[in-house]
Design a protein around this ligand. Structure first.
Ligand code: UT7
Length: 317
């Protein structure tokens, strides 16, 4: 499988640590040293669907393809701004394609899952060219009264178009249940509902997630390198889920990697869940970081506890 285009979109509103410290009992110093985050973009006037469409269109523009050239759309979001139809169906209409569409949800690991599914669709010949869009509005379901979680997240959308061809793409994916990270749905009231409305914001045991993230990501990467029969330093760039700079550093040290092989944008984006890797990928692509033939590793983790890694050869000039 090869990536033939990338795109991303972030909201206009930049929310800095200093702005947050005016709203709650926190500080730039705490957030910066514990997470590496300095600011994040948050949806205000735009919608999540606007971001997703913009990321998809940027991808198409970069590839010079038309919407009608796309023959499958996989969209990933934990919570969309529209319950139904799916975000993928709306993107389908907006870009002028007429192909199968589906929304997936595997939490922050979503981009790797979407790539894995796309790889299978391409290999079986069910699709020739697939648009993947990961769009996340974390600000919609974090509790803005809880400083432990609300300072960590941002909103964004990232997209890629993939085609069959190029070198083999390797994956290692897993899910092992834990309740360290979860979020209940907000229900409309029903006259028949006898259960209490659950707390419907993101809940997280930060320290547990921190440890699981380092353990799972390091193991997934080792497994995927084993499958491809290569060593950690044979990979040119590791694009890791942007959840915490200390998590990235711990994984980098565990694999004994040079600093330049683990790029990051968490400083200005925060944790944007499944959008974090495709947004970083697009920013690096547009700043001409990669050269043709570079080997990229992606690795992410999230609620579930899902985690996964992928190894893919960069084919763009
Ligand atoms: O996509 C996956 C999603 N989640 C993650 O990847 C998160 C993984 N976990 C983490 O990144 C870290 O655990 C956090 C950044 C969430 C927290 O860092 P920590 O070093 O584990 O801090 P802590 O939770 O142990 O809290 C330390 C102190 C506490 O005060 P006391 O009990 O020591 O007095 C907290 O109440 O920091 C306090 N604290 C804050 N202080 C200022 C918690 N949040 C804040 C805050 N500002 N925003």
């Amino acid at each position: 499988m090869k990536i033939i285009a990338t795109g991303s979109s972030v909201p206009q509103l930049e929310l800095t640590n200093d702005m947050l410290s005016q709203m709650m009992d926190t500080s730039d110093e705490w957030i910066r040293t514990r997470t590496g985050i300095q600011s994040r973009r948050i949806l205000s006037t735009e919608s999540l669907t606007d971001l997703a469409i913009a990321a998809a269109k940027k991808c198409l523009d970069q590839s010079s393809l038309q919407g009608s050239d796309i023959d499958y759309i996989l969209c990933h979001n934990i919570v969309s701004d529209i319950v139904t139809p799916s975000m993928a169906s709306i993107i389908n209409k907006e870009i002028g394609s007429c192909c199968p569409t589906v929304d997936l949800n595997s939490a922050c690991t979503g981009f790797i899952y979407a790539l894995d599914i796309a790889d299978s669709l391409l290999k079986t010949g069910k699709a020739r060219r697939i648009l993947i869009v990961c769009a996340e509005e974390m600000s919609h379901f974090i509790d803005w009264d809880k400083r432990e979680t609300c300072v960590l997240f941002g909103d964004a959308a990232g997209a890629v178009i993939v085609e069959d061809g190029g070198d083999e793409t390797y994956f290692h994916l897993s899910t092992k249940y834990t309740d360290a990270l979860n979020c209940n749905s907000k229900y409309a009231s029903s006259p028949f509902r006898k259960r209490e409305m659950p707390y419907h914001y993101l809940e997280m045991r930060g320290r547990d997630v921190f440890k699981l993230a380092i353990l799972n990501s390091s193991n997934d990467i080792k497994k995927v390198l084993e499958k491809a029969n290569i060593k950690p330093n044979d990979v040119d760039y590791y694009l890791l889920h942007q959840a915490n700079i200390r998590i990235l550093e711990a994984i980098r040290k565990e694999l004994d990697l040079p600093e330049k092989s683990v790029p990051h944008n968490i400083e200005k984006r925060g944790n944007t869940s499944s959008a974090s890797i495709p947004v970083l990928l697009d920013e690096l692509n547009r700043s001409h970081t990669f050269k043709k033939g570079d080997l990229l590793a992606f690795s992410a983790f999230g609620a579930g506890f899902t985690s996964g890694a992928c190894l893919i050869r960069w084919q763009l000039d």
